[in-house]
Design a protein around this ligand. Sequence first.
Ligand code: NAI
Length: 265
Amino acid sequence: MRRDDDLAIEVQRMREWGLARFTGMSVAVTGGISGIGRATAIRLFAEGARVWIIDRNPPAATDPAFDAMSYIGLDVTDAESVHSTITHIATESGAVDVVVNAAGIAHSARVQDTRANDWSRLIDVNLTGTFNVTAAAMRAMKGRGGAIVNIASDAGLVGQLAQAAYCASKGGVVQLTRAAALDGAPDAIRVNCVCPCFVETPLVDAWIAEQPDPSAARAAVQSDQPIGRMGRPQEVAAAVAYLASAEANFVTGVALAVDGGTTAR
Ligand code: NAI
């Protein structure tokens, strides 16, 4: 499949399935330029949403998937800019109905080898960034309700070797999700997270490329999943779409594993 066909194919697929759960809704996706965020933005757009992409990187000129969406350049660690951006989206669209936190970074090191600046960077982007956007979204959704879906990780549910800062940041996202679900419930704001394991994205490609034997590392990752392969960004996007939709109106505070059975062991 050509990358520039993604959006048209997803629109067609949703039409055939009769899925239009976000028609008329305003959706913001952080990290929406790449990987899981991009697939989620495409899915929600294909189901009828007006989509705002928030990312520190701009869309590639060669990626027409973004022609139909609005892009705002922003680093999610900048709390003031996050607040003004979410307020801007609410004003322009009349509401912010759904927010997906997919912006994130990875870093591999054992606890004893993790440098202070790598620790701070992981916590800043993955946890504080998710907090900044969630808090701003909850303020914008007050009085009207809404849904927030955070992309956590299986690393937020179980410990992993040489993933000290990443595990801590994603464990924080899982707990932030639960706390925010309780704080949001009186205002009809649902907050959930998904916990994927290895998903084929540029982030995982970069991690595999860093390994001493990249093709052995890829094969090891695949054979380590009970389902025998990595996940696809679209498979995570489908779970996000469910949690964000009215079909999940009684679901809040959950950490949904989308991991091919990895954490079932
Ligand atoms: P990716 O690297 O393909 O995409 C991440 C996006 O986030 C990029 O567009 C990047 O520019 C943006 N971003 C990073 N830092 C940012 C910041 N400070 N402000 C604004 N935007 C920023 O990564 P991928 O794989 O799609 O990951 C998305 C999320 O899913 C991350 O939170 C990651 O930790 C999580 N995840 C990924 C898994 C995987 O195997 N790919 C597994 C489990 C969780």
